[in-house]
Design a protein around this ligand. Structure first.
Ligand code: SAM
Length: 285
């Protein structure tokens, strides 16, 4: 038999729609309607949803800028016997949204932590991409610039599993360009736009195709990217020595090192960055 929910002293991470309101589950509705405290990423944003459900619980804002002050208050509410529900603006709390730290601290303090599962852009995009979903990794938002971004891109480029990324519309093109540079432009990619909404769309099947599309149509809406994993090196793939010889031949014919790497990248599907770095490797390595 199922337990009565929401229970006193229990923390509920509740999934809410990422677009389509029909995706709010009956269980999520019941927990939100009955919780005595509801922590919302944005109380105004969630206000309408909660009033439709006639949720009477005390609403508290809970976001990245007030986590430090809210965490002890929410733990105190649990200890006072409240049932506490956490929701983000959309999707699953704790996935690139507030929730992770509260879940960790609540669990550490001995409270029950329960997820009421619901939509998540990452898994929704993954399963509809047609790319391998048996093993995958989630990268969320990459750092916007600097060494940390470069390192993450380098790791993603050699990652054999499918990778899921989030990105804001105004940064989609720079991300596609970085992915092309690090992974080669023929790497499989599906860009999921406006999932579960009226203008839901998938753009792919490669980084080059997505770049082409969004260079002519300004990215608008919400985007989740699903990138195919780095293929195992095919046995017929030329080794570094051969690639270097082909690069040097082009340079001998007048191409700049960067053009030589670009041309060979197009020809072989190997990333331009990797080819370019061959030109700067110590021959004794
Ligand atoms: N917690 C959320 C979840 O479970 O999906 C993610 C929150 S994160 C702050 C917001 C990002 O998720 C957006 O910038 C976008 O990359 C992705 N996203 C959210 N809704 C989406 C949708 N309907 N279609 C495509 N991507 C979406």
């Amino acid at each position: 038999m199922q337990r009565d929910e929401p229970a006193s002293g229990c923390l509920y991470l509740v999934g809410t729609p990422i677009g389509h309101l029909g995706d709010l589950s009956p269980r999520a509705k019941a927990v939100l309607a009955g919780a005595t405290v509801i922590a919302c990423e944005d109380t105004r944003h969630s206000g309408q949803l909660l009033s439709t459900l006639q949720a009477k619980g005390r609403k508290l804002s809970f976001h990245q800028h007030n986590t430090r002050t809210r965490l002890p208050q929410l733990l105190q509410a649990l200890s006072d016997g409240d049932s506490v529900a956490v929701i983000s603006d959309a999707g699953l709390p704790g996935i690139s949204d507030p929730g992770e730290e509260l879940a960790a601290q609540a669990r550490c303090a001995g409270f029950e932590v329960i997820c009421v599962p619901g939509p998540c852009a990452a898994t929704t995009a993954l399963v509809s991409s047609g790319l391998p979903s048996g093993r995958f990794c989630f990268e969320g938002f990459l750092p916007v610039k600097g060494k940390e971004r470069r390192q993450r891109l380098e790791q993603i480029a050699t990652e054999p599993r499918t990778t899921v990324l989030y990105e804001a519309p105004h940064r989609l093109l720079p991300l596609l360009q970085s992915l092309a540079e690090h992974c080669g432009s023929e790497r499989p990619l599906q860009v999921a736009r406006e999932l579960t909404k009226r203008h839901e769309q998938q753009v792919g099947p490669t980084i080059a195709a997505a770049l082409d599309h969004f260079q002519s149509l300004r990215p608008q809406g919400e985007f989740t990217l699903v990138l195919g994993g780095c293929p195992e090196q095919a046995p017929s793939e030329p080794d570094d020595q051969e690639l270097l010889a082909r690069l040097q031949q082009r340079i001998g014919e007048g191409a700049s090192p960067s053009d030589a790497a670009r041309q060979l990248a197009i020809e072989t599907g190997i990333s331009r960055r990797r080819l370019y770095s061959l030109l700067h490797q110590d021959p004794s390595e």
